[in-house]
Ligand binder design. Structure first.
Ligand SMILES: NC(=O)c1ccc[n+]([C@@H]2O[C@H](COP(=O)([O-])OP(=O)(O)OC[C@H]3O[C@@H](n4cnc5c(N)ncnc54)[C@H](OP(=O)(O)O)[C@@H]3O)[C@@H](O)[C@H]2O)c1
Length: 367
């Protein structure tokens, strides 16, 4: 049944792919646009004109930055909301995560439950790392276990999920999906934005940081973007079955740091970092430039090299047909090959070469 679906963060990496699938399935898709106005897919192609109706909005502004007329007209039309919008860069001012991820989600809930119509069902895109720094098997039903968070992003997504759960207890039909670390398409490795974990991999594979604290058996869960978008599309199609549930969208099988190390070593032009036990790691002993790269880039993600979380996916497997294509080492090879073809993962420069200073934008990692 064709429905009218509002997607926030519709120009983002995940949002655009979800919008493409929902539009192709015949739904009327309204994509909230904020600063970026173009819907560009991982392949670099724009969505066909008219596939998504853009709507300027800001989830950090009361009323989503819409006039009251626009808001009530939208509320009257929308049958389902997919909330993808978020601040996903690491290293920003902590207040930004509160404003965009926590308060922004509260505004979406307020919009979904406003007016005289029954509440608009909500698919909330969270992250598997709301589990914080916990190790071991993480179930989809768990949320608040007193966990410690590695950064403000995780903490803010946790609080956003708490708000969605509270609203669900008061009658908002909601599904929470939790992707792990979203990376390139399963069969090609293609990705639109080289951000977050890619930035760390670039610094490491260039040898700009040569030693990092970590455990070889730490688990880094990379999930292909096409699987994430397919799964969210299916959740929208089967919303009534999925309502009230939380679904982990993760890679299969997840990769360990040992896998990373071995696969990187297959590419002679890439540097392979050395992992040292975290208790013995002392950044002040690093050469000056390497320490700056470590502090400005790698340190933001360092806890991911220590964790041993394994995400249970029983609910996702029961409720959706989409399955991640076989991942593991072959998938990591595809990601590295694509990054090299795209000129993002560059060969390590000869030691005598002058290295560029690490770049940051507004405190956030954007290399
Ligand atoms: N990427 C991952 O590895 C990953 C992993 C797990 C979970 N997730 C979750 O998946 C969702 C989508 O992630 P993504 O990777 O697609 O993120 P992304 O590429 O960074 O896109 C974020 C989107 O949110 C929009 N946005 C930011 N601030 C906004 C505001 N104030 N009002 C309205 N829209 C705003 C952005 O628009 P502008 O650019 O125009 O500001 C952009 O379209 C997020 O909720 C994220 O937490 C992502």
């Amino acid at each position: 049944m064709a429905r009218t679906i509002l997607i926030t963060g519709a120009t983002g990496a995940v949002g655009t792919e979800v919008a493409a699938r929902l539009a192709a399935a015949g739904h009327s898709v309204i994509g909230m646009v904020h600063q970026t106005r173009e819907f560009v897919r991982g392949s670099g192609r724009r969505l066909p004109a008219g596939a998504v109706v853009p709507l300027s909005g800001d989830i950090t502004t009361p009323g989503l930055g819409l006039s009251s007329r626009q808001r009530s007209e939208l509320r009257g039309r929308v049958d389902l909301i997919v909330h993808c919008a978020a601040m996903t860069d690491f290293g920003r001012d902590p207040a930004v995560y509160d404003t965009v991820n926590v308060d922004g989600t509260a505004r979406i809930i307020e919009f979904a439950t406003s007016g005289s119509r029954s509440a608009a069902p909500l698919v909330h895109v969270s992250t598997a790392y709301v589990c914080g720094e916990r190790d071991g098997v993480i179930s989809e039903a768990e949320l608040d276990t007193g966990q410690r968070f590695a950064n403000h992003y995780e903490n803010s997504k946790f609080r956003a999920e708490l708000a969605v759960r509270a609203a669900a207890e008061h009658g908002l039909p909601a599904v929470v999906v939790r992707p792990s670390i979203v990376t390139g398409a399963a069969r090609t490795g293609v990705i639109r934005d080289f951000s977050n974990m890619y930035v760390v991999l670039r610094v490491l594979t260039r040898g700009l940081v040569r030693t990092i604290p970590g455990h070889y058996d730490a688990v880094i869960d990379l999930v292909p973007i096409d699987f994430v978008a397919d799964a969210i599309g299916q959740v929208c199609e089967r919303f009534d079955d999925a309502a009230g549930h939380t679904l982990h969208l993760t890679g299969a099988p997840p990769l360990t740091l040992r896998d990373f190390s071995d696969v990187m070593a297959e590419f002679p032009s890439l540097h392979v970092p050395r992992y040292v036990p975290p208790y013995g790691f002392e950044p002040t002993l690093m050469p000056d430039l390497e320490r700056r790269y470590y502090e400005r880039v790698v340190a933001l993600y360092e806890s991911y090299f220590r964790r041993r979380a394994v995400f249970d996916t029983s609910t996702a497997q029961r409720l959706i047909e989409a399955r991640p294509a076989a991942g593991g080492r072959p998938y990591l090879r595809r990601l590295l090959r694509y990054g090299m073809r795209a000129g993002y993962f560059l060969p390590a420069p000869p030691p005598a070469c002058a290295q560029p200073e690490p770049r940051t934008t507004g405190g956030a990692v954007r290399q």
